[in-house]
Structures are given as structure tokens and as C-alpha cells.
Ligand binder design. Structure first.
Ligand SMILES: Cc1cc2nc3c(=O)[nH]c(=O)nc-3n(C[C@H](O)[C@H](O)[C@H](O)COP(=O)(O)O)c2cc1C
Length: 366
């Protein structure tokens, strides 16, 4: 084990589901589904490469969860009917053939939806125009439209969408479910002070703003069988507000991570720009350290800016059980195998994501 002094290649488990090592692929939207939201052969080959390259766990791109307001991007895959569910089978099977696990990331875009074939308006916790601009590499342009504040019924429908999608994902063979509570999408909009101005039970202080994520978690947990891990992804930054920080700092971390630990999350997936750096200006602890503190017994996946094995080790030493790679995995779909063989790691080339972030033929070349 001399090549594995840092423990990246020790097996682990998430609530009993074994993983062959500690390296995961972070969720990445690649807008490469069919127009009707079915996963494609290209996607199966794309995900298969990470499994063949030695990753222990793959988290899919965000998958939309209903045929109402959930879809965020044109060519985003969904899991809202039988055809979409079946289309994931070849993806899951290809990954399993190479000994990796794959979790479905379930996502509702809420107010920052910029391409939805089911609706031409958006909804969110409150009628607050999202910051930032639509992403052109996902076929968007200009400002985000003003959303309407969700009704009780729309909130119930959104929760139901997560639960039925989770059931479909498990039926399609996924090994676990990741609820996308990060990066500015619907659940994160509810968590966020300036986006959630509600004065009913879905809004208020930080603890009250966790009501939606807890409700989604409970609904998903009640739907899938006990052995299937159900985790939640959490971030401060958002695709439309990159440098956002929680105003309540460590107290917010305690409220959010504590609520999810108490709810029974199988794992937390925390992501920051550079996940090893202090979470708050002038502070010392990283978000990984804070998640470890306030969710001490929950498996912790850390993501953000990790490009090499030494950094991955540092993040594990700070409290992570698993390290997820995004851009480094795109540049090195065989990152784990390379590290094990002590081969050099290739730097990420951003041109791969332009002009549209779809999967490129060059990525699939052997
Ligand atoms: C092209 C692209 C698409 C992404 N799509 C998603 C997504 O669907 N869901 C998600 O939670 N994060 C998404 N992310 C964020 C990544 O999971 C990750 O947090 C980010 O790239 C930072 O990690 P890294 O430095 O290892 O790349 C995406 C990132 C990229 C580059």
C-alpha cells in the first residue's frame, strides 16, 4: 500500500453500501440528453469512462424531477416517466460493469431555470429576481426572469417530484440518491436569506429555511428502501452568485448540517470553490471541518478545486470520507488509475466546455 499512504484507495461504505475507494466524480451537467430528456448512448459511454478509470462513485449530473417547473436546461436529462427511467439503465449498467457505484442527483432548478420544455415561466420561494445571468454554455442568455412565489400546492408537487423520481431512479438501478440542495437551485433558494422572503413555515430564520430540504429528504427517504443511501449536496456559492457566504457563518453551518444529520441523511456532499480554505472571511474552519463538527456521524463527501492526490489527502485529513472531482475528472477520467500508477495528471482544459457544455467526441475517444 505504499502508493496509498493517503488512504484514497481504501474501501469505505455509505450506510452499508461499499465503495472500492474514496474518489468520486462530482455531478456535472453536460446537456447531452435527447430533447425529450432521455439519457443517450453518448452519456452511457461518458459515464462508463469514469468507472473504467477507477472511480469508486459517480454522481450524475442534475436530473430534473417533474414535468412542471423542475427542468433547468434544454437537453438536461429527466427521470419523470417510464421512457426517461429506462434510458438510464444502460448508463447504470455500464458503470456497474466496471465496479463503480452511481448515484442519481435529483434537481429542481426553481427560479434559475433557463430552459424548460414544460413551462415558460419560473417559480421560487419568493418573487425575487435571481442574481447573475443565464449560462450561455447551457443555451441561455440574459437575465433570469422574475419567478412567482410558490403556492403550498406547488411546494407539495415539487416535493412529490423528488420522491417519485427517487423511486424511479432506484428502479432503474441507481445505487443511491443525491438531493441537490446546493448551487442556487430550488432547495438552495429556500435556504438562502435573500431569495426566501416567506413568512410562512417555509421561511424565516436559517433553521426555518431548512424546512424544504428536510421535507424533500423525508419524502425521498420514505420512498426508497432502507439500504439505499440518500444524501444531500450543500454549498454556499451559487451558479448565479458565485461568492455568496452564509450571513450567520458557523451558526448557519450548525443549523443546516445539524438539521440534515438529525433528519438522517446518509451523507452530506459539501462543495466550495476551494474546499480546503476557510469557509468564512477571517475564520479558520473549512466547510468540511464544520460539516464534520455538526454532522459528526454522517459520511462526508467534499468537492471543489481538488486537482491532485496530495490535495485530496489534505481534504480527507480535514474530515472528508470521500473526495469528489469535477474538472480534474473531466481532464482525467482515469484519475484514480493514474494516481495509483504514479502517472502524471493532465491539467483541465476549459475549451472542452465551449461553446456549449455538451459531451464532445474527443472525450469519448479511447
Ligand atoms: C460543466 C459543469 C457542470 C456542472 N453541473 C453540476 C450539476 O449538475 N450538479 C451539481 O451539483 N454541480 C454541478 N457542477 C459543479 C461541480 O460538481 C463542482 O462542484 C465544481 O466543478 C467544482 O469542483 P471541481 O473544482 O472539482 O471542478 C458542474 C460543474 C461543471 C464544471
Amino acid at each position: 500500500m505504499s502508493k496509498d499512504a493517503n488512504g484514497l484507495f481504501t474501501a469505505t461504505d455509505i450506510t452499508g453500501l461499499t465503495l472500492r475507494n474514496r474518489l468520486a466524480v462530482a455531478p456535472m451537467t453536460r446537456v447531452s440528453a435527447s430533447e425529450d430528456g432521455t439519457a443517450t448512448e453518448t452519456m452511457a459511454r461518458y459515464y462508463e469512462r469514469f468507472a473504467r478509470g477507477g472511480f469508486g462513485l459517480l454522481v450524475t449530473e442534475g436530473i430534473y424531477t417533474d414535468q412542471a417547473f423542475a427542468q433547468g436546461y434544454l437537453r438536461q436529462p429527466g427521470i419523470t416517466n417510464e421512457a426517461q427511467s429506462q434510458a438510464w439503465r444502460p448508463v447504470v449498467d455500464a458503470v456497474h460493469r466496471h465496479g463503480a457505484r452511481i448515484f442519481a442527483q435529483l434537481m429542481h432548478a426553481g427560479a434559475i431555470s433557463q430552459g424548460n420544455r414544460f413551462r415558460d415561466t419560473t417559480i421560487g420561494p419568493s418573487a425575487v429576481q435571481p442574481k447573475g445571468h443565464q449560462m450561455e454554455f447551457y443555451y441561455g442568455k440574459g437575465a433570469y426572469p422574475m419567478p412567482t412565489a410558490m403556492t403550498e400546492e406547488q411546494i407539495a408537487d415539487a416535493i412529490e417530484g423528488f420522491a417519485t423520481s427517487a423511486a424511479r431512479a432506484v428502479a432503474a438501478g441507481f445505487d443511491g440518491i443525491e438531493i441537490h440542495g446546493a448551487n442556487g437551485y430550488l432547495i438552495d433558494q429556500f435556504l438562502t436569506d435573500y431569495a426566501n422572503r416567506r413568512d410562512d413555515r417555509w421561511g424565516g430564520d436559517t433553521r426555518r429555511r431548512t424546512t424544504l430540504v428536510r421535507a424533500v429528504f423525508d419524502a425521498v427517504r420514505a420512498t426508497v428502501r432502507a439500504g439505499v443511501p440518500v444524501g444531500v449536496r450543500i454549498s454556499q456559492g451559487k451558479v448565479n452568485d458565485f461568492s455568496h457566504k452564509w450571513a450567520g457563518r458557523e451558526q448557519d453551518a450548525e443549523a443546516i448540517f445539524g438539521a440534515l444529520a438529525e433528519a438522517g441523511a446518509s451523507y452530506l456532499h459539501v462543495t466550495e470553490h476551494k474546499v480546503w480554505e476557510p469557509a468564512f472571511e477571517g475564520g479558520r474552519d473549512s466547510l468540511v471541518a464544520l460539516a464534520r463538527r455538526y454532522a459528526p456521524h454522517v459520511t462526508l463527501i467534499a468537492n471543489g478545486g481538488v486537482q491532485d492526490a496530495a490535495r485530496a489527502q489534505e481534504v480527507m485529513a480535514a474530515g472528508a470520507d470521500i473526495v469528489a472531482l469535477g474538472k480534474a475528472a473531466l481532464a482525467n477520467p482515469d484519475f484514480p488509475n493514474r494516481v495509483r500508477a504514479e502517472r502524471e495528471v493532465t491539467a483541465f482544459d476549459p475549451t472542452i466546455l465551449g461553446p456549449i457544455a455538451n459531451i464532445k467526441p474527443s472525450e469519448l475517444a479511447a
